[in-house]
Design a protein around this ligand. Sequence first.
Ligand code: NAD
Ligand code: ZN
Length: 366
Amino acid sequence: MKTRAAVAVAPETDLEIQELNLDEPRPDELRVKMIASGVCHTDAIIRDQWYPVPQPVVLGHEGAGIVQEVGSAVSGFEVGDKVVIGPSFCSACKQCLSGHPMYCEIFYERNFGVQRGDGSTAFSTEDGESVGSHFFGQSSFAEYTNVPAHGAVKVPEDAPLELLGPLGCGIMTGSGAVLNVLKPKPGSSIIIFGTGAVGMAGMLAAKAAGASTIIMVDIVPERLEFARELGATHTVNSKETDPVEAVKEITGGGAEYALDTTGVPQVFSQMTKSLGVRGHGALVGAAKLGTEAPFDIGTLLVSGITITLVIEGDAVPKEFIPRLIALHQDGRFPFDRLTKTYPFAEINRAFADSAAGTTLKPIITF
Ligand code: NAD
Ligand code: ZN
């Protein structure tokens, strides 16, 4: 069949909306009619080749849509099911089998390889040139796409698909790092660096978990103001104030938990220093391959802190995404406040607004 899709053709260049051929779904796949897709910072860094993902490629990895066709070997899905699509994993390696599919031993190939295991891609041009597909098991910047069924998460019939796509990556990353990894105790303190969609999702999750001191750090005053509106108890503009000194003063010695969503080496360093004794910090922000961050061994050894590097919130999407939907329905996880929708034709404006910091979580609607 034919489908319109946004194709990444070169670094720092607008995506091109093209009409492509979409092949038949494989026995283990679903064909999904996309209703909406979030735009994540990771789409932008892959378009810009921070990681060497072959182009042309259809990006997009926060898709939500309706099942149109079910592969012959798939069970548990029917035509018409509403789905949110999460990353792809093998289901067979030690990490997958021990409940950590986001650390699947072939996670990189599955999600950044932009082809199936057999080397085929789902998309091709009129001239028969293949176009990368299966980005994060979905390539959701397309009206129709084929996805491995194991990554799809069925959601309730009345679920608002136009809102839910970001639960498959950005929102799952921030909230999962907090709820699945840091697990802040009620009444505890947490400092979060970066108030983008990932940091804000972490903040909403910390609030839902009952943390009572939530310190948000950024360099954009409007974002800090919005963080306060959504529940931050303290904000620090790290261009003006040293966040390490600020957190020590606010918490009387250092935070119990910390989250770095920036991927900036200096911020990682600040995060390690902002923790109190035996505190636990998590890094989710991405950086170019080879980026190193300073860590003060001499001073920090005695602090006994734990640092965890977290992919996709260390979630099991089929278990975690329905929980986030339930929390949202309860009014305890208002991530809809972070989103703004754009028609498919304006996808490059969505990328630009995200980069400029004026939109936290753009969602493309088809
Ligand atoms: P974003 O760009 O919207 O947010 C980043 C925020 O960090 C911005 O508000 C920015 O102003 C702030 N910032 C930048 N430099 C800073 C500094 N020196 N001090 C304080 N704040 C600073 O991005 P996002 O969508 O929230 O994503 C955050 C990061 O998470 C990205 O790097 C993204 O690629 C990554 N990510 C990782 C995973 C994962 O599985 N680990 C998944 C999704 C996204
Ligand atoms: Zn993402």
